[in-house]
Design a protein around this ligand. Structure first.
Ligand code: SF4
Length: 449
């Protein structure tokens, strides 16, 4: 049967006797982006609904779900290495279930099972909506789940970075075709979850103690759906969610510059829960490179959006992504990125060296011709600039008293996205504190209560 195993399909039935599982445990591991994290949380829910509980320890787990990401090689390599290490975990108790899901699973498909026969199930990112049914089938085939277990476990998985904050995926896929990006081929075109589902999940998370929700989507602000006979666009969705009782903060990522509109800005102004922080991915300041990247905007159009945001929302904090060393990028192109960043002044920058991802247009059509030492040197210069801007922004906060939601002990974020660590006060995760900022490092505010 090797080689016939397809992404999103389960292994052929073995007709082995069923195993009785009492209080089974699932362990979920996510490698990569926040979408991958949110997907793993959603997949865990399918197990929890079947009576599993979330297990902290790999050794005690009866099932492991590995959620993979393929946007960067490093994340994919870490996931592959982890799958290899689970060979002995599976050998110890062969009834254990090992599921590999997500974007790398979509890209590599049957190759995962060929290389790692101890994997039971490979589910690509495009099949994630069908995950619940696939799991139901495989569980009923392999196991008898003791009935008593089902009632004992929470309906909402606690897999978030802290009990105060969690994610809600509102859309998957992307209708753009940026030449360096693997997302359209592994996730397909945009699909939107219904307003009802998003509201239900948000309310359930709030009921379980979550205070801050981050809406997720590859181009999150292109969201649209029909609700109560009307078309709900992203700004409308913000307004709907803002009214949910108990929600303290609403964030989203990652928006596409095209959908940064006056309507979205109005929703920022009108909705008290919407945090005044926006991650706006630039990628390059050179129009020539932007065109080769197929970003669908010019530096002028992008700057128009930045100016509009800064004039309408003076307290809005912006961050961005930038790629250095894209094929054919010259020193002059890179200088345009630096000059753009100086004018843009994002509070922080997620910067990356270009590396071709198999299956992307740029990897097939463009030479990876910027030498590695040049990429390194440009990255270092960009990071120096990012540090300089970040340091000045953070130093400007010293002396202010800010509102921080405690996510971990004495650690949290302000409404506009700055990370704060402070001394004093009792541990009270999920509470909002007033913290006086007394110092700042390059990326962190230091406070006192
Ligand atoms: S907008 Fe571009 S970079 Fe973002 S997910 Fe879509 S194709 Fe990828």
């Amino acid at each position: 049967m090797r080689g016939e195993f397809k992404t999103g399909m389960k292994a052929p039935p073995t007709h082995a006797p069923k195993v009785l599982l009492k209080k089974p445990k699932i362990h979920v591991v996510s490698f990569g982006c926040q979408m991958s994290f949110a997907d793993s949380s959603e997949m865990a829910q399918s197990f929890l609904n079947k009576g599993f509980s979330s297990g902290e320890s790999l050794d005690l787990a009866d099932a492991v779900v590995i959620s993979t990401c393929t946007v960067r090689q490093h994340a994919e390599d870490r996931a592959i290495s982890f799958i290899g290490r689970l060979r002995s975990w599976k050998k110890q108790k062969p009834h254990r279930l090992l599921v590999v899901a997500g974007c790398a699973a979509e890209r590599l498909g049957p190759k995962i099972k060929e290389r790692f026969p101890h994997v039971d199930l490979v589910i690509g990112a495009k099949s994630i909506e069908g995950f619940s049914k696939i799991i139901e089938d495989i569980l009923s085939e392999k196991y008898d789940l003791a009935a008593e277990s089902a009632a004992d476990f929470p309906q909402t998985p606690r897999l978030s970075q802290g009990s105060a904050c969690d994610f809600v995926t509102i859309m998957r896929g992307c209708n753009y075709s940026c030449s360096y990006c693997i997302v359209p081929s592994v996730r397909g075109r945009e699909k939107y979850r219904t307003v009802e589902t998003i509201m239900e999940e948000t309310k359930a998370k709030i009921a379980s103690g979550v205070k801050e929700i981050t809406l997720l989507g590859q181009t999150v602000n292109s969201y649209q759906s029909e609700y109560q006979d009307k078309t709900v666009k992203f700004p409308d969705l913000l307004r709907i969610l803002d009214r949910i009782e108990g929600l303290k903060r609403l964030r989203f990522m990652s928006p596409h510059p095209h959908y940064v509109t006056k309507e979205m800005v109005s929703a920022f102004k009108d909705c008290p829960t919407v945090c005044h922080y926006l991650h706006l991915p630039l990628q390059s300041g050179s129009n020539r490179v932007l065109k080769m990247m197929r970003r669908n905007y010019t530096r002028e159009l992008f700057m128009d959006k930045v100016r509009m945001l800064k004039s309408e929302l003076p307290h809005l904090v912006l961050s961005t992504d930038a790629i250095v060393g894209f094929p054919t990028e010259t020193e002059a192109d890179f200088d345009e990125t630096l000059s753009f960043i100086k004018e843009f002044q994002p509070a922080w920058i997620y910067s990356f060296k270009y590396s071709p991802r198999p299956g992307t247009l740029s990897s097939m059509e463009l030479p990876d011709d910027v030498p590695s030492p040049v990429k390194e040197e440009r990255l270092a210069r960009l990071n120096d600039l990012a540090r300089e801007i970040g340091r000045a922004t953070l130093k400007g906060k010293v002396g202010q008293t800010v509102e921080v939601l405690e996510e971990n002990e004495n650690f949290g974020r302000t409404r506009d996205g700055f990370k704060v660590k402070w001394k004093g006060g009792d541990k009270s995760i999920g509470e909002v504190h007033s913290v006086k900022i007394v110092d700042a490092s390059d990326f962190l505010l230091i406070g006192e209560k």
